[in-house]
Write a protein that binds this ligand. Structure first.
Ligand code: SF4
Length: 569
């Protein structure tokens, strides 16, 4: 394969990146790394990629950090190539669970991978966290191994694994890592580095899990064996984990045989000042120059900025509540202005910001009047918006207007999802948003038309989506804009029957629309919907119909595919 520079792409110098080889270490006069980070993704120095984000943060605190991206897994040679680090080796499967990355909802092999040069599939192993952790242990006996990222985070406790249709133990038992960092890892990683540097033990760090002796005050989760005996206990455990993420002050203890997985309370979300500082670090926003093919995810993300973290929605199928939490943190407008001003100086800049968002863009600036304290609701938005939730769409739109006024900026679009129920609270601001910041298509996630299914998803009623759609269409027409809403729909969700899918298909048919974004439900590890899929019960323990066989899942999905939809009566 050619090693020629990519045409029309400015070539960064590898010295602008953290080291990936001994030669790059030598050019910095580094003889030994403090921390080695191993990732299943390509090395893209952009804050939208977890390992490079953490690496820049650790670097800013004075640690010597190296990155090994997509190592071979039949030998530890790649992981060993920069030598043994002084403090620890951090392991991450990549931006996605490796099985979700490799297989479709019908368990077919995917042919591409957006986080790999050339979009090539198969550059990381299945269960990458376990494989890399075992490689690192073989390469560096006795070195602390720290797991992190989405795959580890959502498999920290006993979980259902769709791809093998089994209940699996905590990933800590298979990876035999010293510690697992769950959720957004910045504060935990800094504390781990500090403690290892000071020769202090790793127990009790917020946002981590480990195998050990449970403290006396630990709250017990159903054990792995108890869940094996009674599937509905996975629902109970998942609800406990959700509440613990939001309110936890003491550790959880989940027995697995005679071993115990101890889950410390979640790390607090970063403050606005911490977020601002993090996103001001010197990211090149480029892929490492050693690649001879573009990394597709970078083309999507290069000119997007993160404005908000956390999601108040708590949708039952979504992992964000368990990975970022429900508490919202927003970056300041000044910090966003500074970041976009830097982007306008890049040679690739063409005038457009593709997204100003996060898990839910229009929750930027929102907060809880009660300070998020002692709240055992599972969602701030459903079944109805909590009276304590302070929403400010007007402030979000004003912030976007401020960004659009930056010299050199021609367009600002919002590509992250929006909560239409929250937007309905401020119809005037919603009209401004639709008139000025939709890049032709707006993604919305009603997810279904059947209120019965929507309740099981913890989503708002469908009537709210239709009201937002009316505002969207009227505003677009008034401003002479040809723009569309793309509704995201999930088929074969737990509790969804064929009649519910026909309701969805008929709604599209009446409007003359062809559904474009249909996702057959994938029971990903750690979510409440996955526990419902496994137990065949709703979150109150009542039996529900769950489309489980591939045949029924395919049939439900096919109701929304064009040829079949024409046959619906
Ligand atoms: S009190 Fe309301 S706004 Fe605050 S965390 Fe609870 S549900 Fe969310």
């Amino acid at each position: 394969m050619s090693r020629q520079p990519l045409p029309h792409r400015p070539q960064p110098n590898s010295d602008d990146f953290l080291p990936t080889t001994q030669q790059e270490m030598a050019r910095r006069n580094w003889r030994q790394l403090d921390i080695l980070l191993v990732s299943g993704d390509a090395y893209v120095d952009h804050p939208g990629f977890g390992i490079p984000l953490l690496a820049r943060l650790l670097e800013s605190k004075g640690y010597k950090v190296g990155i090994i991206d997509q190592p071979r897994w039949d030998t530890p040679d790649d992981i060993k190539r920069m030598g043994r680090p002084r403090l620890f080796c951090g392991i991450c499967a990549g931006a996605m669970d490796s099985l979700l990355c490799h297989y479709t909802s019908f368990r077919k092999k995917r042919r591409d991978d957006a986080c790999t040069p050339g979009g090539v599939a198969g550059k990381r192993p299945n269960r990458a966290s376990i494989v890399y952790a075992n490689l690192a242990k073989a390469a560096f006996p006795g070195l602390p191994i720290i797991l992190g990222g989405v795959e580890a985070s959502l498999r920290k406790a006993a979980h259902y694994d769709f791809w093998t249709d089994t209940l699996r133990r905590s990933i800590l038992l298979d990876a035999k890592a010293n510690l697992l960092v769950y959720g957004m890892g910045e504060l935990a990683m800094l504390e781990i580095a500090r403690r290892l540097d000071a020769n202090e033990p790793l127990e009790g760090i917020r946002g981590t899990a480990r195998i050990g002796v449970p403290p006396e005050n630990a709250q017990r989760l159903p054990s792995f064996e108890e869940i094996q005996q009674d599937k509905s206990l996975l629902i109970k455990a998942t609800l406990q984990l959700e509440d613990h993420y939001h309110n936890g002050t003491i550790p959880l203890d989940q027995p697995h045989g005679n071993q115990h997985v101890i889950i410390e309370p979640a790390a607090p979300p970063l403050t606005t000042q911490q977020m601002d500082a993090l996103y001001s670090l010197p990211f090149t926003r480029r892929q490492h120059p050693k690649y001879d093919q573009p990394v597709p995810a970078l083309d999507m993300l290069r000119f997007s900025v993160t404005a908000v973290r956390g999601c108040a929605g708590g949708c039952a199928f979504c992992s964000i509540a368990q990975h970022q939490g429900r508490k919202i943190t927003s970056r300041s407008t000044e910090s966003l202005v500074a970041e976009i001003t830097r982007l306008t100086k890049m040679p690739e800049w063409r005038g457009s910001i593709s997204d100003v968002g996060g898990p839910t863009a229009n929750l930027w600036g929102s907060t809880c009047k009660a300070g998020y304290k002692n709240c055992h609701r599972t969602s701030c938005l459903t079944p109805e918006i909590c009276p304590n939730l302070v929403l400010d769409l007007n402030a979000y739109v004003s912030m976007l207007q401020r960004l659009k006024a930056i010299p050199g900026v021609k367009h600002i679009s919002v590509a992250s999802g929006l909560r239409h129920d929250a937007a309905l609270r401020e119809p005037e601001a919603a009209r401004k948003l639709v008139a000025n910041f939709v890049g032709g298509h707006l993604k919305l996630a009603p997810e279904h038309c059947s209120d019965k299914v929507l309740k099981l998803m913890r989503k708002p009623s469908f009537e709210k989506f239709e009201r937002f759609l009316d505002i969207f269409q009227a505003t677009s027409a008034q401003h002479g804009k040809e723009q569309y809403i793309i509704p995201y729909i999930i088929s074969a969700y737990p509790g969804c029957e064929m009649s519910d899918m026909r309701t969805v298909a008929n709604w599209f048919r009446k409007r003359g629309w062809q559904p474009q974004q249909i996702q057959c439900f994938i029971p990903t590890p750690g979510t409440l919907a996955t526990a419902m899929f496994y137990a065949e019960k709703d979150f109150n323990g009542n039996p529900i119909h769950v489309p489980k066989t591939d045949r029924e899942r395919e049939d439900q999905h096919a109701v929304l595919i064009k040829k079949k939809a024409a046959q619906i009566d």
